[in-house]
Write a protein that binds this ligand. Sequence first.
Ligand code: NOJ
Ligand code: CA
Length: 441
Amino acid sequence: MGGVLYQVYIRSFADSNGDGIGDLPGIAAHLDYLTELGVDTLWLSPVHPSPNVDWGYDVADYRAVHPDYGMLDDLDTLIAAAGARSIDVWLDLVPNHTSDRHPWFGDRPEYYVWSEGIPNDWTSIFTGKTAWQYDQTRRQYYLHQFAPEQPDLDWWNASVRNEFDDILRFWFNRGVQGFRIDVAHGLIKDRRLRDGVRYMRERPEVHEIYRRWQEIAGEYIPKPTLMGETYVTLDKLFAYYAHLDLAQNFPFLRAEFDVDELRPIVETTMSRLSKGREPVWFGSNHDHSRMATRWAGGDERKHKAALFLLLTLPGYAILYQGDELGLEDGHVPADRILDLADPPRDPERTPFPWTRSGEEWRNPWLPAADTSRNAADSTILPYTRELIAQRKELGGGYRTLDSAPGIWAYARGDKTCVLNMTGTTARHDGHVLEPWQGVVL
Ligand code: NOJ
Ligand code: CA
């Protein structure tokens, strides 16, 4: 079990028609690249029509494809072409909120969370101010954990649950093999809307929703996978495995690239996961500074060490597009910033460099990433490919082995992984390790 997931940020992956926006045919055109890399699954960032207040995370229609990315047919074609190469396609499902332009917001106001006045102290993640927005037509306040243009759905409403049952089936019927679930810890709110963030997110009633989704997934063979964007502390993570197949490990992503920070996270995760459950490790995504910048500070050897770790730990590893090349955060001048968040997330969303000349991007929607690390002549890419190929030789489980400070050694079945997480030459068990070098013995 386990596998390598590749997160495609569609808008910035590959542009097939020269309009400066990555699209679905662009992904289909690069399946050779993804096959050679050895990934098992593509997780596509939101594909649906959206006013793009939050770049796709404000969905206006859950059953269609954004015209910037192509048509429903293009998605069907991509799923089939990927499937022919044994690559699964997962979509990003955004069930916590919709766009305020979703027809439901006008036609089915009862699908959302309303209050006569501002009922509590909940604040919006994006504005930092009250999470309640006054609506002129209804003369009430609605809840938005994110932007005011992203009203939260009311998951106590049985019709909302039924709608999403249908949405799940719609995509499973088209061959989608899984979902990454946006804000998986946040869907359901305290019924009484009590004060305190603990009443806005991480409610235990959320698990019932996933139990029901597992039942739906169970109607399909092979059963599609449900992976939560579980943005919670480590002690809270394991509860989500009650009904999700996978729960993303954010404490790992947020840690410093330091053995004394990362190892305890891995040890706790491995000891607390029930038998048969798999962890999910990643160092980048579209919301966080990339690992090549944040962890490696641009240092190629250090980035390779981070890749070694991700790709030799048990379970699932997610590569965010460009991680395989050591792609760093892009430089986006202030007048080109498009994201609403503060700090803006544009630097980790810049267009993927396929070549050194960067000519594959004409007037891209965000300034193209630095092309000095690109898919055509990367020195890191062959290393990533090797690591992925080598994963299959590693045995199951994880066991920390004794090692000197700064060295991380662990058993994977009858193989031993040793990683020098320092900038100086070190020794382990008679083997010399160059700075930041990882070896499988
Ligand atoms: C998490 C997504 O990854 C992020 O990009 C988005 O802004 C929020 N959820 C709200 O949907
Ligand atoms: Ca395009």
